[in-house]
Design a protein around this ligand. Structure first.
Ligand SMILES: Nc1ncnc2c1ncn2[C@@H]1O[C@H](COP(=O)(O)OP(=O)(O)OP(=O)(O)O)[C@@H](O)[C@H]1O
Length: 338
């Protein structure tokens, strides 16, 4: 699907390297011993995607589909084989300059940070002003900073330990956008923004893509204000790419609103899952695949444990993700087969 899109791209035709290229990405979270549980199937499986400069991709899928995992891998937070994910021609995990330069920015989850002597993942709620946070980053274009403060309507006198969740989130977003990113990965960070702040932020992000050729991947379940916002829609289910299409194409194949279109995809996916579970149950298998440390295990765990030596993990690595089990329970692209 993604390859089709890439082949149609004028930029690709000229042989220009895409801003982001994901090739056959497979990933399994490590178990307690740093290795994937015996017999676990890859959580992200054979995922491919090409994204060009200026693309605004909406990443959609049901809960647990793998969106956050994919965004974290793209953001260099989990190690995968360098050739699986190339951002601006570099490996996000191995080339830390990608994120430290601000070229690649990831915004998601709670606002936490490792603080010396205080521990890892300490939430940012200390008694510090918004001004100190926003002006504490050096080398920022003052006009860009002023615009962001305005767009996000930040009161610089806010004390971070006293503000509301939405106000804290606005400062977090501002900090994440201060450097003129080339690629921005957004994992639903607008949930606690009010309607106006969200609309202003979406407008700002679109402008960044239109005017600077920045690229954004945005995972969300909130479709308010997104009808004409993305340039592309990427749908993932069970860790597999289902489709990656220009918004125009999505509109051509569906006469529903974007939200209703995505809803129909998810409904179809759920119905298919239910049907498969029914078949499993009727044939005496457990209705749900067994979960080991949060990872899927296919078939009989005792039997698949025997295949542990061939599960795609290289010895001594923390997060190796060489492609693993072939017999994945769900087939790829099945959702779109009409
Ligand atoms: N650290 C982890 N260790 C093991 N499994 C994990 C871990 N984090 C997530 N998972 C599993 O990975 C799967 C995908 O999770 P992920 O958070 O990527 O989904 P998502 O599409 O972002 O879901 P949502 O829409 O609910 O945010 C889930 O089944 C989850 O249980």
């Amino acid at each position: 699907m993604a390859d089709e899109r890439y082949a149609n791209s004028a930029v690709a035709a000229e042989g220009i390297v895409p801003v982001m290229e994901v090739k056959n990405l497979s990933f399994t979270y490590p178990g307690i011993d740093g290795h994937p549980p015996p017999g676990s199937a890859p959580l992200i499986d054979g995922f491919c995607l090409s994204v060009q400069a200026g693309d605004l991709c909406l990443l959609v899928g049901s809960n647990g589909a793998g969106k956050t995992t994919i965004l974290k891998i793209l953001g260099g937070k989990h190690m995968v084989e360098p050739e699986m994910v190339r951002i601006l021609g570099r490996s996000a995990f191995h080339d830390t300059a990608l994120t430290s330069s601000g070229d690649l920015s990831y915004l998601g989850g709670e606002w936490r940070r490792d603080v010396a002597f205080a521990g890892f993942e300490v939430s940012i709620q200390m008694d510090v002003s918004a001004e100190k946070m926003v002006y504490g980053v050096s080398g920022i274009d003052p006009r860009r900073r002023d615009e962001l403060i305005k767009v996000l309507d930040i009161d610089l006198s806010w004390r971070m330990h006293k503000v509301s969740d939405g106000q804290r989130r606005r400062v977090q977003i501002c900090m994440g956008l201060l450097k003129p990113f080339k690629v921005l990965l957004l994992d639903e960070i607008t949930v606690d923004l009010d309607v106006l702040a969200r609309a202003n932020l979406l407008g700002y992000l679109k402008k960044e893509c239109d005017e600077r050729g920045a690229t954004i991947i945005y995972a969300t379940h909130i479709f308010d204000g997104l009808e004409d916002w993305p340039t592309h829609v990427v749908y993932v289910a069970h860790g597999k790419l289902q489709l990656a299409l220009p918004l125009q194409k999505v509109k051509e194949i569906s006469n529903l609103s974007l939200m209703r279109t995505v809803e129909s995809w998810l409904r179809k996916e759920r119905d298919e899952d239910r049907r498969k579970r029914k078949v499993r149950k009727e044939s005496g298998l457990p209705e749900y695949e067994k979960l080991v440390d949060g990872s899927r295990v296919t078939g009989d765990p005792a039997r698949v444990a025997a295949r542990v030596m061939n599960n795609g993990w290289a010895a001594g690595r923390l997060h190796s993700t060489v492609a693993g089990e072939e017999n994945f329970f769900l087939s790829s692209n099945r959702v779109l087969r009409q």
